[in-house]
Design a protein around this ligand. Structure first.
Ligand code: PLP
Length: 452
């Protein structure tokens, strides 16, 4: 346990020693970090005693909510029994084996194998090496190129950030690494609406950009396409329903591996166990992290389809890749408890049949607000597009940037949402009730009204 200090003391120690991820430190030092001390269910409490509804599940990860003792007890029991052993050198631990088996049960039927990592970024790094190794093992080493999407997010390591399409990340550190290219994202508001396309028409047009890119690169040089079923960090961009089936058709046509990044969409977020099931694709590889342990401890991985696993196992020889903590027994024990809880509490079905549709209905009702240009939801993910002028769709003015709205009005009123450009987004814990959706909507309206 950490020591007791005042908020100011924590803030001073923080700015003296702690470099935060994705943070501009000068303004942070001036303002001081918000110190989060405890949590329960869908709420967190800061060091000043404020109760805050966490509509982002931490960082899209606390799917089963905070304070689940089953996960805590699983970690403690495993730590006592065997706190660590690795999976290198022909050894394995019971929790890691059992988790591999359980993941094969809850993922789509083509997946019977898993490669464990510690995070989503490492999962996507693994994908880059694995797909290239797969094609080399099949005697096609020239198939190197992986296609991602602008504004996609696949993590922060060199390969993960390269697969992603965040230009600010590419600008630092000379990314992308060789052999990675991008197509435009399927964002109807930005790319379809101005051309007068319906959402369904636009879905086909946006998927067609993949085919155009494959032809530009040369089909025999393309190894894989990667995408999030719903782009999360990019602003909860829910693609038209025509998009993913057409992407699948194009990948099949050219024999290109399809990789679904399920780091956010996995483990019930979209109302199915995995986002690809909601969106209608059949990926060859699937990366996951976050919701697999509900963020209680770090764990990630790559689900490997039978088609890919057969080549790797029978023709691939040694895959020169892995992490000390691949299949960490404590993380695996927590994941098993977490998956058990999702199943026992029927959380996936609740998102699909009850609280997800209710959230969608409530989000639709926001369209009457003068600041709201559009809304999107998928399961328990949602986005509001803020506009200056509803009829023209003119962008929200920068002096009232959404970041200000979030940090000022939301935090100050007991709500955590996230701002991505002119979109405000949520991804609350899957244990959220209808009454808590009502509470969330009241907070959202209050924050919007304060911004008028
Ligand atoms: N992929 C997606 C879709 C993500 O949203 C994230 C993180 O937010 C990652 C990958 C990277 O995961 P991690 O931060 O665990 O490395």
């Amino acid at each position: 346990m950490s020591t007791q200090r005042t908020t100011r003391e924590w803030q001073q120690a923080d700015s003296a020693h702690f470099l935060h991820p994705f943070t501009d430190h000068a303004p942070l030092a001036a303002k001081g970090a918000r110190i989060i001390e405890r949590a329960d269910n869908i709420y967190i409490w800061d060091s000043e005693g404020h109760k805050i509804l966490d509509a982002m599940s931490g960082l899209w990860c606390v799917n089963v909510g905070y304070g689940q003792t089953a996960l805590v007890e699983a970690a403690a029991a495993q730590m006592k029994q065997l706190p660590f052993y690795n999976a290198f050198f022909q050894t394995a631990t019971p929790p890691a084996i059992e988790l591999a088996e359980r993941l094969a049960q809850v993922t789509p039927p083509q997946f019977q194998h898993v490669f464990f990592t510690c995070s989503g970024s490492e999962g996507n790094d693994t994908v880059v090496r694995m797909v290239r190794h797969y094609w080399a093992s099949l005697g096609q080493p020239e198939r190197q190129v992986i296609i991602g999407r602008n504004n996609g997010y696949h993590g922060s390591t060199m390969a993960g950030a390269s697969l992603g399409g965040m230009s600010a990340m590419h600008a630092q550190g000379g990314l992308p690494i060789p052999g990675i290219t991008h197509i435009e994202q399927p964002y109807w508001w930005a790319h379809g609406r101005p051309k007068g396309l319906s959402k369904d028409e636009f879905g086909l047009v946006a998927a067609g950009w993949l085919e155009a890119k494959i032809l530009e690169v040369g089909p025999d040089k393309v190894a894989a396409f990667i995408g999030e079923p719903v782009q999360g960090a990019g602003g909860v961009i829910v693609p038209p329903k025509t998009y993913w089936p057409e992407i699948q058709r194009i990948c099949d046509k050219y024999g290109i591996l399809l990789v679904s990044d399920e780091v956010i969409c996995g483990f019930g977020r979209t109302g199915q166990w995995f986002g690809c099931e909601t969106m209608g694709s059949r990926p060859d590889l699937m990366t996951f992290a976050k919701g697999v342990t509900s963020g209680y401890v770090p764990l990630g991985g790559v689900m490997v389809s039978d088609k890919v696993a057969k080549v790797l196992i029978e023709q691939g020889g040694e895959f020169e890749h892995g992490f000390t903590y691949s299949g960490h027994p404590v993380a695996a024990a927590v994941a098993l408890a977490n998956i058990g809880l999702i199943q026992e509490q029927g959380l996936v079905e609740r998102v699909r049949e009850d609280v997800g549709p209710y959230l969608a209905e409530q989000f639709e009702s926001l369209r009457d607000h003068p600041l709201i240009g559009d809304v999107d939801t998928c399961g328990l993910m949602g986005a509001m597009l803020l506009v200056k002028d509803k009829t023209t769709g003119e962008a929200f003015p920068s002096e009232l940037s959404v970041g200000m709205v979030c940090r000022g009005h939301c935090f100050g009123n007991g709500l955590i949402m996230r701002a991505v450009g002119d979109r405000m987004i949520i991804a609350p814990p899957l244990v959220m009730t209808r009454a808590q959706v009502d509470e969330l909507m009241a907070l959202i309206r209050r924050c919007l009204d304060l911004t008028l």
